[in-house]
Write a protein that binds this ligand. Structure first.
Ligand SMILES: [Zn+2]
Length: 270
């Protein structure tokens, strides 16, 4: 299968789908991450071309760690993404050329405008990817792909309501190794922005331990939040034991994520 994951920034797909990406890759499927911006606003000390290039190099390393087919960054400015026609055409082209069986993307309700417009752009490309006269020189798809939303905790106007939750325990070290490669983010910008930069250790191995302590809790919270769904999909014995999870909700604008399709598109429940 081909799995295409969209994010606004070069690390968004990793946080929300780094675990399943690793599991898909290990099972021989092709996974591609796309960041619709180049990430050139995600720092407090550097910016512009220096930051964009640094972040691109981080994604090259992440692709190796997670076994991705590709980690593509579009050259849109971070913090300024808009749901324009040129951007929609770009997203349509990317989807058509990769021929995904499954697309993962953020929901339209989110604190960050780039995240909201990434969602909007993917939703706007859904269905249009099947229309031959749209972006006419790139072959259209005969079938609208299944699209599922990445998880979030925003409550209004309606909360994330997952159809699928995946045990990513076996992928947790790889996911943390991938996040560890986003040095400019997990050890610099994000702690600075959250006024926690004084907590980040200096040494490489100490940082990796701190990273695990900081983020594992978040992935464990997801397992607790979606416990009923995990039990439904894995059965009570394994479902109760899952420690870390990633969850996904079918988007109505893609092909329907039916009960029969779930174990085919997410082949993790045996
Ligand atoms: Zn982001």
């Amino acid at each position: 299968m081909n799995i295409l994951v969209f994010g606004a920034h070069p690390d968004d797909p990793d946080f929300k789908a780094g675990g399943v990406a690793y599991l898909y890759g290990r099972a021989g499927h092709r996974v591609k991450f796309v960041s619709l911006t180049n990430g050139d606003a995600g720092h407090h000390q550097i910016g512009g071309v220096e930051l964009a290039r640094r972040r691109r190099q981080e994604t090259v390393e992440v692709a190796r760690v997670l076994g991705l087919a590709e980690y593509q960054l579009l050259d849109n400015h971070d913090g300024e993404l808009e749901p324009t026609l040129p951007n929609r055409r770009q997203v349509i082209r990317i989807i058509r050329e990769f021929e995904p069986d499954l697309i993962l993307a953020p929901r339209p309700n989110d604190y960050h405008p780039d995240h909201r417009y990434t969602s909007q752009l993917v939703q706007d490309a859904a269905y249009m990817v099947t229309v031959p006269n749209i972006v006419a020189l790139t072959d259209h798809l005969r079938r609208n792909p299944v699209i599922a939303y990445l998880s979030d905790t925003f409550q209004k106007p309606y909360p994330f309501s997952p159809d699928v939750a995946v045990d990513v325990g076996e992928a947790m070290e790889a996911k943390l190794d991938a996040l560890h490669r986003h040095t400019s983010q997990v050890y610099e910008w994000l702690p600075y922005n959250a006024m926690r930069d004084h907590l980040v250790p200096a040494g490489e191995s100490e940082r990796r331990v701190w990273l695990a302590e900081t983020y594992q809790r978040r992935f464990a919270d997801a397992a607790e939040r979606y416990r009923d769904l995990l039990i439904h999909l894995y059965g009570p014995e394994r479902g109760r034991k899952v420690r870390y999870a990633e969850a996904f909700e079918g988007c109505e604008y893609g092909s329907p994520l039916t009960a029969e399709l779930i174990p085919r598109l997410f082949p993790f429940f045996d």
